[in-house]
Design a protein around this ligand. Sequence first.
Ligand code: SF4
Ligand code: SF4
Length: 128
Amino acid sequence: MRLLLKFDSKTIKVPVISRATLETGALINILRATVGARKGEIIIEVEDDKVQEVEKIIEELGVEVAELVGAITKDEERCVHCGACISICPTEVFTFNGEKKVIVEAEKCIHCGACVKVCPTEALSLPE
Ligand code: SF4
Ligand code: SF4
């Protein structure tokens, strides 16, 4: 399960992910982290059977937690198979198939939004 953590960088003073790992024994994979002077967002991947425990601990430390559902979607009618999304995606969600058509492995998506910005035909979208 993927979780989106949102927090106020000024108020969070403890290493929340390390704390959650130590207290639950869960293996936590950090997929994306954006931490600014005021706000931070981290996407983590947690084993399904540990999700509730991890969520509880992180929330108790003052972090907003939401389960990340859905992934990138491609509107096949708009896609012109230019390959721009292949170049920019950090997790290799997009590849050309044998017919030079761009195919999507959405389960690899970490919701960074980079492909949405570069697509010339606005064929790509992320869930809210
Ligand atoms: S960038 Fe857009 S138009 Fe180009 S291959 Fe990707 S989804 Fe299709
Ligand atoms: S949102 Fe990011 S990770 Fe997801 S498909 Fe687009 S570029 Fe790849």
